[in-house]
Structures are given as structure tokens and as C-alpha cells.
Design a binder for this molecule. Sequence first.
Ligand code: M6R
Length: 615
Amino acid sequence: MCGIVAYIGKQTAYDIIIKGLKRLEYRGYDSAGVALHNSKSLNVYKKKGKVADLETFIDDKDISGSIGIGHTRWATHGPPNDINSHPHQSGNKDFALVHNGIIENYAVLKEELTQRGHQFLSDTDTEVLIHLIEEIYTNSKKSLTLFEAVRIALNEVIGAYAIVVINKNNPNELIAARKSSPLVVGIGEGEFFLASDATPMVEFTKNVVYLEDGEIAHLSLETGLKIKTVANQEKTPYIHELEMHLETLEKGGFDHFMLKEIYEQPQSIHDSMRGRLRSSKSMVSLGGIKDYEEKIVQAKRLIFVACGTSWHAGLVGEYLFEDLARIPVEVEYASEFRYRNPIINEDDVVIAISQSGETADTLAAIKMAKEKGATIVGICNVVGSSISRLTDCGSYTHAGPEIGVASTKAFTAQVTVLTLMALMIGKKKGTITNQRFNRLLVELESIPEKLESVLTLDSVIKKIASTYKDSSNALYLGRGINFPVALEGALKLKEISYIHAEGYPAAEMKHGPIALIDEEMPVFVIATQDTSYEKVVSNIQEVKARKGKVIAIITKGDKDVKEIADHYMEIPLTDSLLVPLLATVPFQLLSYHVAVMRECNVDQPRNLAKSVTVE
Ligand code: M6R
């Protein structure tokens, strides 16, 4: 979390930084700040609140200069206020720094620096680092460059960081470094960009360098880009070409990114399958895992590691892989997995699922699994992200940038890729008949079209949302492969509308949650026609007998549930393994409309950040 943008070149740095910070606001929006060098002075402006609040604050200030750094914060150490906002400055105000991550040993460093006379203004871990850099630089009596001082300071730091440092005495250099938090360098014509992801630089350059863990970069218009490791080894920058389009970063006429992203799903699912699936040729092929296909086929078990919505996709994956490829699957919260001393061996394949590819817990889990010899497969959306670079192999979801904090199209793209993977491995293993394989390919190909018809339910769903928008609680029920859909529906509602919601396997309701049911309680049920249909109908009857309100997702043409449910949303018939791809979407729309009606900030819900880069 926290977003960093920096610029050095010929344009007005402020304009680029502010625009970039707005693109990175999904990473945190507790406060924002900039440090701008106008060749005479280093001006630091920072404010609690969003980037827009910072802009208002800066309105009458000096924003000139073509070098600067900026930050949008998700608070870790110290509450969101002006003082704790970044950039933080050294005691002598010669240096300013922006930081994403956590300096774990900051308390010890702060104590030592305080004893040596340093005075701190903020509660943050970040301020400690810039004081440490200042001390190392000053003590060297200028025998060290600032770059060297930063490098030496970083050797004393334990924790995660992406940082950029600006120097009041040299308006011609920026120093950046990363460890466990992302940082991208953009290389333009006579200009450089730095940012937590590539979105702030996409309209200026397609040439980017993803800094690796433990690397430190010096950016100067005179000497260019130089990279070393913090252990002082020279590195040659590897330039990647960005495949990102500006229009994908804009709302395109929708009121919110979330709504746009919900509506993009027929296309994003199609993109996830593009070139990978051809039913007419009985073909499924994921090029990114081809070299490891045999390893997966031979795996004694698969372990999915992920967080939040991506963990829900992993649960769907469990049903898919166990059914189609007959490989035992465990689905782990990445955050729990690594602290459990799990038993992992070389026959295990760990599949890490992450939209951002930067989630700290997921990264830490795969590092541990890698050390224990497991093969690591990635399913990421963000190209070039840390997780995608750490894995042995993997498949991108190709859903395009997801900007709304609530994950929508990334989830359905993850499920699509998991389906393709399970089919590919099942076919190779011979655990799926040709007939079923071909039927599923045809069905999967038809999902984007069926999803278009699901999206036409929008006005029906809006009405349902207006009926339940003032609820304090909600229950989501599903069975089998639709249980994770219930979990995902509940997560969507709670994270953007702040209504308490829980997802349960429908049959578990009678073991506790049924006590909550009264005439106030909306119960959302996935009651599509598959093997557990009859049982789900019984569960609905149990809710109705206690005067609960039932809102059901049903298969088009269903009569029984239609009669007993208070409201229903009809989705097209598909294979039961593919229902999650359709059934998730009405719940996304419902949460969206409820949140809008409750006047919540849909794209930037309180306390959340899209990319959770702290453990
Ligand atoms: O980028 P990741 O997929 O690794 O992120 C995992 C979770 O933080 C994320 O899915 C989160 O739960 C979303 N806010 C859900 O909408």
C-alpha cells in the first residue's frame, strides 16, 4: 500500500506527479504530499485526505520545478494527519523521502538516533530512515555521495520499502530503492519517471525497468540511470516494453471504475481465454506453464495461496482441479500458511493467485514454499509484478488494469484461468473424458455471451438493492463450487457498503447462522440447477419458515425457487463447474448499487487499499 510517483525531466514535475498520484490512489488515500525542487528551494506540501485535498491546499503555492517526488498514503505508523504524511524530511531539511512499506526496526533506529540528538516530528517509521540517511551523509563530511549514503543506510534497515529520495543541494538527481515493495522506473526522452506501478507513466513512455528486490537506482539527466544492489554490485538495467493502454485507466463514461470493471467482464473473460482455448480443435494451452505441465500432472497435491477475493478464486479452483484433474488441493490464506510451519516438499506445486502480484502475504508465502523446494505457479493480473517474477512459471489473467479497490473482473479472470488450467491438466492426466472435455470447452467459450445477458439484470438488481440497502446484516449461501461465490458476494457487500455480511455453505446454516434469521435478514442464495439444487431448495424453505427474506440466483426457467423466493435473478444455464463465472456478477452489481445508494465511496472504500504490500 501507499503509492509513490517521482519525476525528473523538462516538464512541470507537479502536473505529472499529481496525475500519477490520482492513478495510484487505489493504494491508499489517507493523505498525500509532494516535494518539488524549483532549482532554488525544495518545497514540501502535504495534507491529510485525498490527492484532491492536497491540490486545494497547494492552490496558491509555488509548484514550479521539473523534479519532484509524491506520495499517497495508507497509514501504518501513526494516524492519518498532516504531520505523518509523506514526504518526510531530514532534520536539516536537505533531503526528503517518500516510502511505501514498513521499516520493522524503526523503533531501535529511532532510539539510537534520538540519543545522538535527532528530533522527530512524526510518528512514522519513514522519518527515521531519512534521518539515518542524513546522519550517514553528514558524518562522511561529503566523502560519500547521497547515493552511497542511502545505500549504506538501507543496509541497516530491516523491513520492506520502496523509497525515493530528493536532494535539496542537487536538483539533478533522484535516488530510489526497493525491497518487497514495488517500484518501476520509466525511461523517456530526456526524462525519468518512478512509480509504484506503471500507470503514472504510460502516456509518456513504454520503456520501463522493474527494480528488483535489493536494488538501488540513481537517476540523473546528466549520468542517466545507474543501478546497484544495496550490497554494492553493479547491475545492468533490463528494459521492458509496456503493454498498457491509457483508455484502460479511465472510467470511459461509467460513474465508477467498479461499475466499468463489472461491465468489462464479458471482454475480460474473453481476453483471459484468447489464444488459449479453441473448442473446434479440442485445444486448451497455457503457454506460460507448458514447461511445468508434467510437474503439475505428477504433483502429489496442489496448494493454492492467496488473500481476499483471490483466495475465493482459489476455493473455486479446488473444486475444478479435484473434479477435472483429480489432484488433491489445499487452499490456504497466504497470511496463515507461512506462520504454520507447513509441510511442503518437492512434489508439491504451489499456485499463488493475486490480482496485483504485490500482496505481501502471498509473496512471503511463495518465498517460503520456494525455499522448501516446491514448484511455484503464478496466476497474476499485473504484468511484471513481484509475484509474477518470483514464480517458476505462470499464466497472466489478462483482465486489464483493475482500479476499483473491490475486485471484480480480476476474480472472474482468475476463475477462467483456473478452469483452463484444470482442463489442460485433466486432459493430460486422462482424468476427464474427451466428451466432457469438449463439452466444457464449448461451454467456456460461450460464457462471455451468457454474461452479457446476466448484465441485463442490472435494473432488476438495482430494485433489489433499494429494498435491502438499509439492512444491517446479510447472509450469503451456496453449496459446492458456489460456496466460494457466497463468500465473495458477502465480501463485496461488506467492503464497499459497510453492511455486515457473511458467506456460508448453505447446509452449514442450520449449525448456527440460522439463529440470526428473522424478517429483517436478507439471505442471498445461489440456487442454480445442479446436483445440490434440491438440497438448496430445502435450505431456502428453512429460511422462509423463519420469515427470512430470500433473494435467489436461479437458472433461467426455474419454477420452484421462483415461487418461494422474495426476489430472484435469473442467469443462463451452464455447466455446474462454470456457474461461478456467471453467478458472481449479480452479487457484484448488487453490492455496487447498495453502496451507491448508501453514498459510500465505491472505488475507494474506507480503510482499504487495493494493493496490500504490508504483512
Ligand atoms: O492483489 P491480490 O489479489 O493479491 O489482493 C488480495 C486481496 O487484498 C484482495 O482480493 C482484496 O480482498 C479485495 N479488496 C477484494 O475485493
